[in-house]
Design a protein around this ligand. Structure first.
Ligand code: UD1
Ligand code: MG
Length: 488
């Protein structure tokens, strides 16, 4: 069966789910300008209203982007340009190597943003217009907005933009800033991210079963784990050092067990414990987890892009901070530079996509985006050598995953979509149920149960505020541990 036929039949199923009093427009929507909506949307909703919607959407995204970038701008200003005694501000105060890296990151970000903006209408025209790939907005079911076919899989636009920007950025980096070191990690990153973009798009086209979606990222993560060249040691806090030391010695002394399990030792002075392959297994699991985690914390306009934007802004701030403050960090080739040059274009491409995907969505990002975004964040954290910090940034995704386990593993029923219930009278969302007696077990439903019914935009903003809180908490935790508890 051809791809097109499969997709159409998949979508036909979806149309039946969304049956509405008036039939769907027969002609598919074709996005002509960088800002879909389209002829069909025009037919259902007056142009003047569409213009207001697009303006509000752009305003929201501008504000969110500014908020996300504010900490980094402050860091660059305070640590890069201000003199140590804060007596003056000058471009001269910035280390020349660090300046080059920041300029390169800004250039590749601008490139990724521009390419994403150009590709969105082109991809939308092909997925929706030529292949009839669209989704209906479930949280607007029963309204005119719920009848508009919305182009799917637009993550393809941002994914391609990021891959192109990474290649261009790397070429400039090797040509003008340094030699070829770190090439294998860079190539593994490209292969891994490309693999996930491909997998996501295949899922958008063919609707893969859940077990395939769980297993396939493992292969991409293997390439990543194999290329990891950082430390495999963890730091045992001073407080627990004695206890961990005695537990390890006790395990080592058990006959057979001590022979089978490689013996681990804590350096009592530095607290470092080399856990070897256990650490590699951890980063492998982290990559598999994150590529699925964004996809299952989804279903509200802008949530997939929004959460990725917040996490990426945390990663950018951490990298820029390390670049400008850590005297041991290598300012032109170190892991933080690598991570920054990877995540900056991703952030910019996500802004470009969010401008069309924020409430009310003109495009859907699809699994092409969720898998690619999850893996890009994982690569930035793992190859930047701060995977534990990344896991803390992703606390909402961890909670959502743990809470979802009974439904994911079919211990309790799991409907195809775990989206909230939309009330056409009030325009509010309320918690949805999997069965008569049981609510859906995800963070979106939990927030509705805890904080009450609300609009889709507000619910998404609340979830993003929680994500911001987790990123802020992570920075505070790092600071407390490093400064006061002598974590290191
Ligand atoms: C995952 C979730 C599912 C959720 C879906 C929505 C699990 C196990 N699976 O499934 O519960 O419903 O994502 O993304 O948690 N859609 C909207 N509004 C949006 C975004 C998507 O209505 O803001 C709908 C559209 O009809 C779109 C469809 O969701 O076509 C996309 O769903 P898809 O990404 O294929 O779902 P899954 O990733 O399989
Ligand atoms: Mg999805």
């Amino acid at each position: 069966m051809s791809t097109t036929t499969r997709r159409s039949s998949g979508r036909r199923r979806q149309q039946q789910q969304h049956r509405s009093p008036s039939p769907l427009p027969r002609q598919p929507v074709v996005a002509r300008s960088p800002s879909p909506p389209s002829d069909d949307a025009n037919a259902l909703i007056p142009q003047s209203l569409l213009d207001v919607i697009a303006k509000n959407r752009r305003r929201d995204v501008r504000r969110m982007t500014a908020m996300c970038l504010l900490p980094t701008v402050l860091i660059v200003f305070a640590k890069g340009f201000a003199s140590e005694d804060l007596s003056g501000v000058s471009l001269e105060n910035m280390d020349a190597g660090a300046m080059k890296i920041l300029l390169l990151a800004a250039f590749t970000s601008a490139l990724a943003y521009k390419i994403t903006a150009r590709l969105i209408p082109l991809v939308a025209r092909r997925t929706l217009g030529k292949r009839n790939m669209f989704g209906l907005d479930i949280n607007k079911k029963g309204t005119k907005m719920g009848e508009i076919p919305i182009p799917e899989a637009l993550g393809l636009a941002s994914g391609c933009a990021v891959l192109v920007s990474l290649v261009v950025g790397r070429s400039i980096h090797t040509a003008f800033i340094l030699d070829n070191s770190g090439e294998s990690e860079h190539n593994a990153a490209l292969a891994t991210i490309g693999f996930m973009l491909f997998l996501g798009f295949v899922d958008d086209v063919l609707d893969l079963p859940w077990r395939a979606k769980m297993i396939l990222p493992g292969f991409a993560a293997t390439t990543l784990a194999q290329s990891y060249q950082g430390s495999t040691s963890i730091v045992v806090p001073r407080l627990f050092r004695e206890n961990v030391h005695s537990v390890l010695a006790a395990i080592d002394s058990i006959p057979l067990v001590g022979d089978v399990i490689p013996s681990l030792k804590v350096d009592m002075k530095s607290g470092l414990m080399d856990v070897g392959y256990i650490y590699i297994a951890f980063i492998w699991l982290l990559a598999v987890f994150l590529s699925n985690a964004i996809n299952i914390h989804a279903g509200l306009n802008g949530l997939e892009c929004g959460q990725s934007l917040v996490i990426a802004s945390g990663i950018i701030a951490l990298n820029v901070w390390s670049l400008l403050t850590d005297p041991t960090a290598n300012v032109v080739v170190g892991p933080h530079v690598f991570s920054l040059l990877l995540i900056a274009p991703f952030f910019a491409a996500t802004v470009g996509l969010l401008k069309q995907n924020w409430y009310p969505s003109a495009v859907f990002v699809g699994d092409s985006y969720t898998y690619f975004a999850g893996m890009t964040l994982a690569v930035a954290g793992i190859l930047g050598h701060f995977s534990e910090t990344l896991l803390l940034f992703c606390l909402p995704q961890v909670i959502n995953f743990l809470y979802s386990i009974p439904q994911l593993f079919k211990i309790v029923p799991c409907p195809r979509h775990r989206l909230p219930k939309f009330d056409t009278q009030t325009g509010l969302l309320s918690p949805s149920k999997a069965t008569e007696t049981r609510y859906n077990m995800n963070l979106v439903t939990l927030f509705l149960r805890l904080f009450g019914k609300t609009t889709e935009r507000k619910l998404c903003l609340r979830l993003l505020a929680f994500q911001v809180a987790c990123v802020v908490f992570t920075f505070a935790a790092r600071y407390v541990f490093i400064a006061f508890v002598h974590w290191k």
